[in-house]
Write a protein that binds this ligand. Structure first.
Ligand code: GNR
Ligand code: NI
Length: 169
């Protein structure tokens, strides 16, 4: 097992569009395990491969209170979406900032599991938000992209300042 390094905004690597997974082998399942370990340790409710600098269409999540419902989605697609809702979102790649984002209220998701089997399910509430947030990462998109450029640039400056400060510590 291994903890993976999480990239932070405005790292340009977070803008990479991830490629579909075609090989479902033990190496892939090892990455899935490492991503779960990294997500739980952070702690977070989701983690996309993009955030750990692996540019394949893979995400892990667990929105349960007790962190006992791990779910891994590979090559996920949203096949139906209804309604709109606004939720406060945060991101492990934008640490310390929380802002309202408008997303579909109810989605139907099709994906593969880590053995390549197709799975399909419906999601709403925090689970629905999390799937949409993680799928954005796979397309190089961050929740701050939905904010005004003024807010986004303020967040960018604060994070850049924090990172420079860390270099001195
Ligand atoms: O841990 C996380 N919490 C969260 C809260 C509201 C909306 C989305 C999220 S996802 C985030 C983890 C993360 O950054 N995943 O990409
Ligand atoms: Ni995120």
């Amino acid at each position: 097992m291994a903890l993976l390094n999480i990239l932070h905004f405005p790292d340009p690597k977070l803008r990479t569009v991830a490629k579909p997974v075609t090989v479902f082998d033990p190496e892939l399942r090892q990455l899935v395990r490492d991503m779960f370990e990294t997500m739980y340790e952070a702690p977070g409710i989701g983690l996309a491969a993009t955030q750990v600098d692996r540019h394949i269409r893979l995400l892990v999540m667990d929105v349960s209170d007790q962190s006992n419902h791990p779910r891994c989605l590979i090559n996920p697609e949203i096949v139906e979406a209804d309604g709109e809702e606004e939720t406060d979102e945060g991101c492990l790649s934008v640490p310390g900032f929380y802002e309202k984002v408008r997303r579909a209220e109810h989605i139907r998701v099709r994906a593969q599991n880590d053995f390549g089997e197709t799975i399909e399910f419906e999601a709403e509430g925090l689970e629905g938000v999390c799937v949409q947030h993680e799928m954005d990462h796979l397309d190089g998109k961050l929740f701050v992209d939905y904010l005004s450029s003024l807010k986004r640039n303020r967040i960018r400056s604060k994070l850049v300042k924090q990172m420079k400060q860390k270099d001195f510590d």
